[in-house]
Design a protein around this ligand. Sequence first.
Ligand SMILES: [Zn+2]
Length: 205
Amino acid sequence: MFEEYFPKIIKEALEKLSKIPTYGERTSSRFLYNFLKLPAEGRTDIINSLLSLSEKVKVCSECALISDTDPCRICSDPKRSKKFICVVEESQDAYSIERLERYTGVYHVLGGRIAPLEGVSPQDLNIDKLLERIERYNVKEVIIATNPNLEGEATANYLIKLLKRKFNRLKVSRISHGLQFGSLIELADELSLEKSIEKRTIFPE
Ligand SMILES: [Zn+2]
């Protein structure tokens, strides 16, 4: 019965939207119906902007940051020190840190976090390239800025152990203080985020 009454074009659009990672039925539905509330012109604007983004978007071959150039704007800026690498789960985390305009090193995007329940293991993350960069640029410090939640902590602990074992002179640090456990870097307020980077924990303590 429902199938009979439910518009096919909405059903199709919802199916496509639910392919976006973390978009379940509920998020897709909220997005779609609110999108349809916009005037036609506003909808076309969004679609055109997404089309252009989809055509032009690049992933930095160095740090895996989503950008419009490759290498990204940060990796290709000679003022940014390659001796400091800040490791994040996703591009948006790096851009949240960038907004503070304090960090002058480069980034490394893991493309996720270790999550055994979802079948994500270290091999699924962009870790080999990180090791290669540490060696190639004789990196001084790796700042691990994975999210302050269970999976982010597990990922950080894994990386700390791995990096300490492989590079005995490398300084490894973890952002910590000021961020609430269970929160996300991309949603953190600037003051807390800045404090967590400034007062980072250096390993071994
Ligand atoms: Zn880059």
